[in-house]
Design a protein. Structure first.
Length: 207
């Protein structure tokens, strides 16, 4: 599949200083999008200026949580290059998650090409200070408008980027955690091994 690239003519914001990044507060100027339809497969892979998604209020992702995502990072290398740490493992895990939620898999080579295309286009957003990176968030959602419990026949796969520092405010120092023995995130034969939003929302109460 050819990946069409439309460059932004209006940059959203100046790149923040590495010391101001935090985690997940900023997104870059472009994103990758690709659509899926039952009987047609994946089509229209494209890199476009970062923009809002348009969803029908009945989109199945909003009602039945057919969503999976991944998280990986690009790093500035000492020789001026850009490095990814075992991205093929993230592709594998996302497709495993997709299988569990009856969603279509994404071709691994296309997945990696899309990431590389997007990272290189927004390379100026890549922070270079120690402990920083460019966070990559591939996501797949069910977009068919349907109020009824079954697998969607239409999906959107997209990738966005975010320059990040340490995840916790304490930086890379030891972090205090709270372990709850009342609330359970994962149960036997459940979806605890799947990266889906339904696994994360319930944890906010005890986080």
């Amino acid at each position: 599949m050819e990946i069409k690239v439309t460059k932004s003519t209006d940059l959203r914001q100046d790149r923040p200083k590495d010391s101001e990044l935090g985690f997940g507060k900023y997104t870059t100027d472009h994103m990758f999008l690709m659509d899926y339809a039952l009987g047609k497969g994946w089509y229209d892979g494209r890199v476009v200026p970062y923009q809002a998604l348009e969803l029908d209020p009945a989109a199945m992702v909003l009602h039945y949580n057919q969503e999976v995502f991944e998280g990986l990072k690009a790093y500035a290398l000492a020789d001026g290059g850009v490095g990814l740490f075992r991205p093929e493992k993230n592709v594998q895990r996302m497709n495993t998650s997709a299988q569990r939620l009856v969603m279509p898999e994404v071709d691994s080579q296309l997945f990696l090409r899309a990431i590389k295309e997007l990272v290189l286009l927004d390379r100026e957003w890549l922070p270079t200070s120690e402990g920083t990176s460019l966070y990559i968030r591939p996501t797949m959602i069910a977009t068919e408008p349907m109020i009824g419990i079954r697998a969607s026949e239409r999906y959107l796969f997209y990738i966005i980027l975010s320059p990040v520092g340490a995840y916790y405010a304490e930086g890379f120092n030891p972090t205090r955690i709270y372990v709850s023995d009342t609330y359970v995130r994962a149960a036997q034969h459940g979806v605890g091994n799947v990266k889906t939003s339904g696994n994360y929302g319930p944890t906010i109460l005890v986080s």
